[in-house]
Design a binder for this molecule. Structure first.
Ligand SMILES: NCCCC[C@H](NC(=O)[C@@H](N)CCCCN)C(=O)O
Length: 469
């Protein structure tokens, strides 16, 4: 008698990769939205009077609710209790709501005294910035919740298969979003600035990405149907979540020493990446004397490089391992890039040499930004029980968000203090700010070592391949 084995949806490559593409595209749009105003820092200074401190506060506001209200911890609990489907749609809706508020905050109507303007306006902090912060904070709840949910979804579809490759591709698609926005945002802005539409020059790029976020929500809803089908199948097979989530499970996450090492490494490393992204365009224009559009294009090589290399390193990790070593090398490269921008005398070499060195440093940062994320996120299921994985990812994001929230404010303040007499739109001295970013690399390097030693002692297999079949 012949026995037929029924293939699970997870076992069908076309199905699991389609699921990945659906969730990753929404993150692509999300990452575009995160940095939609980053290449426009100088225009914001001129149009809506946001100085560096205001811009820094705006950059931090993405994480306000996640940190101050502990939203990310709730996000993890919601994910573990309600499942991927519900949480994905909730996160997509929050991102869209936040985007709509930010679009309104930058509109000419609002800035000319529209509804809510008088309530929010003050001399030290313009209403446009306050309302943008509110919108960005709501968006940030959705985006971070989405990030955790997507990680959980990938584990659900890919554990024991090409998990690191899948996570690598998901992050690569997100990086493509950052690359895309560093090109499209200045282009759209310039189009309206040339027509003399000053408010639209900062609002139109946000409207464009806001529309993409609406498409992202639809993709999450479509993913929901696939998730339901998988769960129905798992109902019979009981592949995961044998017991329901309990609050006491959170203790397992926070009680793990390995969790703390990974979480601290994560906050240190990412604090020198995402906040830097917000200032990189202006730093490049200031250090090298470039126009905003050219500086943004040079910086776009950073996510582009990361986009190509992250999946390759993910695949390397699946088949060869060496996760902890990758984290250490990534921290060293990050330090090298930031130290170059802090100490290299760009004004003493030819323009060509300055541009070449800047591009090289940005490419090095791109390689670093491939090594660390490719190794970090797939390491989490190796050190944390599957049942509390949603909470573990959220807890790591929560700790990381504290850094992502504080660092842009600190950098903005440093820039205003170290550039007291610099007029809006004029080049700034970025030395101190870049030294701060470089120091995060040093600290991440040491933690990488601690992680490698701890793994060697306790045998979590961080240096081992992921692929089991
Ligand atoms: N499924 C994605 C794993 C995490 C990717 C990681 N993102 C983060 O760490 C976010 N918490 C921070 C994103 C900041 C912008 N909103 C990444 O490498 O992108």
């Amino acid at each position: 008698m012949t026995q037929t084995t029924v293939q699970s949806l997870r076992d069908k490559p076309a199905v699991r990769w389609t699921a990945l593409i659906l969730v990753a595209l929404t993150m692509f749009f999300g990452y575009m939205f995160v940095d939609v105003l980053s290449p426009l820092k100088t225009q914001l200074e001129e149009t809506v009077k946001w100085d560096s401190t205001i811009f820094g506060t705006y950059g931090s506001s993405e994480f306000f609710i996640n940190v101050f209200c502990g939203f990310l911890i709730f996000a993890g609990i919601i994910l573990d209790k309600m499942g991927v489907r519900f949480t994905a749609i909730l996160s997509g809706s929050l991102m869209l709501l936040g985007a709509i508020i930010k679009i309104y905050a930058l509109s000419e109507y609002f800035n000319m005294g529209g509804i809510g303007f008088d309530l929010l306006n003050s001399a030290s902090f313009p209403a446009s910035a306050k309302l943008s912060c509110i919108g960005f904070a709501l968006f940030g709840c959705g985006c971070e919740m989405g990030g955790v949910t997507v990680s959980r979804a990938i584990v659900k579809w890919f554990q024991g298969k090409e998990m690191a490759l899948a996570m690598g591709i998901e992050m690569a698609i997100a990086r493509l979003g950052v690359f895309a926005v560093f090109w499209t945002s200045p282009m759209i802005s310039k189009h309206f600035a040339q027509k003399g539409e000053m408010f639209l020059s900062v609002q139109a790029p946000v409207i464009f990405v806001g529309i993409l976020l609406a498409v992202g929500l639809i993709l999450y809803i479509i993913y929901g149907f696939m998730d339901k089908a998988l769960e129905k199948e798992q109902g019979a097979e009981e592949i995961e979540e044998e017991e329901p989530f309990k609050f006491s499970d959170l203790g397992k996450v926070f009680g793990s020493g390995m969790f703390w090492i990974v979480a601290l490494l994560c906050v240190l490393y990412y604090s020198a990446i995402f906040p830097f992204q917000k200032y990189a365009t202006e730093m490049l224009s200031s250090n090298i004397g470039l126009e905003t559009e050219t500086a943004a294009k040079i910086f776009s090589m950073f996510p582009l490089g990361a986009m190509f290399i992250t999946p390759l390193l993910g695949a390397f990790l699946d088949y060869k391992g060496k996760g902890a070593t990758m984290l250490i090398i990534g921290a060293v490269l990050m330090f090298a890039c930031h130290a170059t921008f802090a100490f290299f005398p760009f004004n003493e070499v030819s323009h060509m040499a300055a541009v070449t060195i800047a591009i090289t440093a940005i490419v090095v940062l791109g390689i670093s930004f491939s090594l660390v994320p490719a190794a970090l996120w797939p390491s989490v299921p190796k050190i944390i029980d599957n049942k509390v994985l949603g909470s573990a990812y959220s807890a790591i994001f929560f700790i990381q968000n504290i850094g992502l929230m504080s660092v842009p404010i600190i950098i903005g303040r440093i820039l205003d203090v170290t550039n007291p007499n610099v007029a809006p739109g004029e080049p700034k001295n970025y030395t101190t700010a870049m030294i701060v970013f470089a120091m995060f690399g040093v600290a991440a390097f040491f933690l990488g070592f601690v992680l490698k030693i701890a793994d060697k002692k306790k045998g979590f297999g961080l240096e081992l391949p992921n692929k089991t079949k």
